[in-house]
Design a protein around this ligand. Structure first.
Ligand SMILES: CC(C)(O)[C@@H](O)C(=O)O
Ligand SMILES: [Mg+2]
Length: 554
C-alpha cells in the first residue's frame, strides 16, 4: 500500500526525518506501519475535554490492535460556558478556524496517513472536520460524550438552568442561596453540558453524517462504553485505511442532507446551521440556507431536550440514541439509508436492530412535537439573506409576534437594560453589531436570552440579533440576521420604538415602515465603527464572510 507517510519515512534521503521519529521513541517496526494522527482537544480548562487524554489513549489502543502507529497531536478548544458574557466569547467562533488550520498543518507537515478526531465541545467538532476535509484522508470522529444532568430535588438540571437562574435572581424570584444551590448541581460530571446544546448537537450530527460510529452522539462521557467506542474507532480507522474509504466518501451532499434531517428531528442548536454550511463549503458542496427550510418542512420535530424541554442527553441515549431517531424518520423515507458510514456499513445496516425505547423522549413519527423540524430560516426586509430560529424552543404564543423594537448596539448594553428591568412584555430586543465582522466573532447571546427566560419574559419578549445563540438559548430568539449591521445590513436602520413583525410559521421577519422611509433610511445609513480589536480578531474580521455562508474565512 502506498502511504502518505512514505514522504517522511522512506528512502535514504529521509534518514534525518526518521532519526527524529527515533528520538520520539518510535521503533523501526512502528515506522513500518501507517501513521495515524489522533487529534485530541484534551485540556484542563474545558469540562468536556478534561478526560480526552483517556479517550485518545483508548483510540491508541484500538489503532495498535489493528496494526497502526498512533500519534497524538493536541488541538485547542474554547469552553463557551466559561467564555460566555464577556470579550472571551468573541474568540469562540474564530477558534473553529484555528482548529481547522491546525489539523491541516499538523497532518500535512508530518505526513499522516489517517486521522481520528477527538473533539467534544461546540466549535472543536466542526473545526476538526473542516481541517480533515482539506486533507481527504480516511477519518473517524470520536467525541468525549455528554455530561450527565444535574439532579436537584427530583429535577434534572443542566447548564441552561443556571444561566436562567441568574435572570430569576436578578428579578428577585430566587435568592442568592438558591442560585448557589443550582450553580453547584447543574454540571455534575465531565462531558459536554447535558442538553441538546451545540456540542451535543454537533456530536449527534457527526454520527448522523456517518463520520462517527453508532453511539457517538449520546453515550455519556462517564460510561465505560465511551472508552470501548474509542477503542473501536481506533480499530476501525485501520479498516478504513485498508479499504481506502476517505472523508470525502463519507461527507457528501446526501450525507449532509441526512444530518440536516436528524438536526430537525432532534431540535439541535442554531449553531448547526453555521457549522453545516461551513463543513459543506470545505467539501465544495453547493448547500445554502434554503435547504434547511426545505428539509424542515418535511421532517417533524421528535425530541425536546433541554432547553426546549425536560429531557437530557442521557435520556436520549437510553431511548436508543441517534439510531432510534434515524429509525423513526426512516419510517417516512426522510433519510437516505443507503449511504456508507465509517462503520463500513450503510446507515440502514447500522440501525437495523435498533428500536425506539421511549416514545416520551423520542416521539413516534406519527405523534411528533410538531409536524415541522426544530429550526427555521426566516427572511424579510431586515434579514434579506436570512435569520435562524430554533422554533422547537419557542413558546407557542410567540410564534407570531409584533412589537416595538428596543435597540442596542452591543450585547453588553442589552444585558444592562434587561437586568435593569427596562424591557417590558411585548418588546422586541434588537442586538446588533455582534455579527461575524461587527463583533467581531459573532458572540452567543446566552446571557440575554436566559435572563429573559429566567425573568419569565420568554413568553412575551422576542430577541433579534446579527450575533448568534448558544444551544442553551430558548424563546423567540432570532439570530444570524444577514447581512449584519457592520456590513450595512438593514438591521442597522431599526430605531427604538419601530414595529417589527415576526411570523415564524410563514418564515418572515419584517420592519413595519413604509417602503419610502425604508429606502430613505438605507440610503442614509452608515454603519457605526465600534468594537475596535487587535491581533487575531482583527485579522479574522478582515477575512470572515457572512453568517448565511457559515461565517467561513475567505
Ligand atoms: C455553553 C454552551 C451551552 O455549550 C453553548 O456554548 C452552546 O452553544 O450550546
Ligand atoms: Mg456555544
Amino acid at each position: 500500500m502506498k502511504l502518505n507517510s512514505d514522504k517522511v519515512l522512506r528512502g535514504s534521503e529521509r534518514a534525518p526525518n526518521r532519526s527524529l521519529f527515533y528520538a520520539l521513541g518510535y521503533s523501526k517496526e512502528q515506522l513500518n506501519r501507517p501513521l495515524i494522527g489522533i487529534i485530541s482537544a484534551y485540556s484542563e480548562i474545558v469540562p468536556g475535554h478534561m478526560y480526552l487524554d483517556k479517550v485518545a489513549d483508548s483510540v491508541k489502543a484500538g489503532v495498535l490492535m489493528n496494526g497502526g502507529t498512533p500519534i497524538t497531536i493536541p488541538s485547542i478548544g474554547v469552553c463557551d460556558g466559561i467564555a460566555m458574557g464577556h470579550i472571551g466569547m468573541k474568540y469562540s467562533l474564530p477558534s473553529r478556524e484555528i482548529i481547522a488550520d491546525s489539523v491541516e498543518t499538523m497532518a500535512i507537515a508530518h505526513g499522516l496517513d489517517a486521522l481520528v478526531l477527538v473533539p467534544n465541545c461546540d466549535k472543536i467538532v466542526p473545526g476538526m472536520i473542516m481541517g480533515a476535509l482539506r486533507l481527504n484522508l480516511p477519518t473517524i470522529l470520536v467525541s468525549g460524550g455528554p455530561m450527565l444532568s444535574g439532579k436537584n430535588k427530583g429535577k434534572e438540571l443542566s447548564l441552561s438552568s443556571v444561566f436562567e437562574a441568574v435572570g430569576a435572581n436578578k428579578a428577585n424570584l430566587i435568592n442568592d442561596e438558591q442560585l448557589y444551590e443550582i450553580e453547584k448541581s447543574v454540571c455534575p460530571t465531565c462531558g459536554s453540558c447535558a442538553g441538546m446544546y451545540t456540542a451535543n448537537s454537533m456530536n449527534c450530527l457527526s454520527e448522523a453524517i456517518g463520520l462517527a460510529l453508532p453511539g457517538n452522539g449520546t453515550t455519556p462521557a462517564v460510561y465505560s462504553e465511551r472508552y470501548r467506542l474509542a477503542k473501536e474507532s481506533g480499530f476501525q480507522i485501520m479498516e478504513l485505511l485498508k479499504n481506502d474509504i476517505r472523508i470525502n466518501d463519507i461527507i457528501t451532499e446526501k450525507s449532509v442532507k441526512n444530518a440536516i434531517a436528524c438536526d430537525m428531528a432532534l431540535g439541535c442548536s442554531t449553531n448547526t446551521v453555521l457549522h453545516l454550511l461551513a463543513i459543506a463549503s470545505e467539501r465544495g458542496l453547493d448547500i445554502d440556507l434554503d435547504i434547511f427550510n426545505k428539509i424542515s418542512e418535511k421532517v417533524p420535530n421528535l425530541c425536546h431536550l433541554a432547553p426546549a424541554g425536560p429531557h437530557h442527553m442521557e435520556d436520549l441515549y437510553l431511548s436508543g440514541g441517534i439510531g432510534a431517531v434515524e429509525k423513526e424518520i426512516s419510517k417516512k423515507g426522510l433519510i437516505d439509508l443507503s449511504l456508507i458510514t465509517v462503520s463500513g456499513k450503510s446507515v440502514g445496516e447500522n440501525i437495523k436492530n435498533i428500536e425506539n425505547k421511549n416514545n416520551e423522549v423520542i416521539r413516534d413519527i406519527e405523534n411528533p412535537y410538531s409536524k415541522v423540524g426544530g429550526l427555521a430560516i426566516l427572511f424579510g426586509n431586515i434579514a434579506t439573506k436570512g435569520a435562524v430560529v430554533k422554533r422547537s424552543a419557542v413558546d407557542e404564543s410567540m410564534l407570531k409576534h409584533t412589537g416595538p423594537a428596543r435597540v442596542y448596539n452591543s450585547e453588553d448594553d442589552a444585558i444592562k437594560a434587561i437586568y435593569n428591568s427596562q424591557i417590558k412584555p411585548g418588546d422586541i430586543v434588537i442586538i446588533r453589531y455582534e455579527g461575524p465582522k461587527g463583533g467581531p466573532g459573532m458572540r452567543e447571546m446566552l446571557n440575554p436570552t436566559s435572563a429573559l427566560a429566567g425573568m419569565g419574559l420568554d413568553k412575551s419578549v422576542a430577541l433579534i440579533t446579527d450575533g448568534r445563540f448558544s444551544g442553551a438559548s430558548r424563546g423567540a430568539s432570532i439570530g444570524h440576521v444577514s447581512p449584519e449591521a457592520a456590513l450595512g445590513g438593514p438591521i442597522g436602520i431599526i430605531e427604538d420604538g419601530d414595529i417589527i413583525e415576526i411570523d415564524i410559521p410563514s418564515y418572515s421577519i419584517n420592519l413595519k415602515i413604509s417602503d419610502e422611509e425604508f429606502k430613505e433610511r438605507i440610503d442614509k445609513f452608515i454603519p457605526l465603527e465600534i468594537n475596535k480589536v487587535n491581533g487575531w480578531l482583527n485579522r479574522y474580521r478582515r477575512l470572515v464572510t457572512s453568517s448565511d455562508k457559515g461565517a467561513i474565512l475567505k
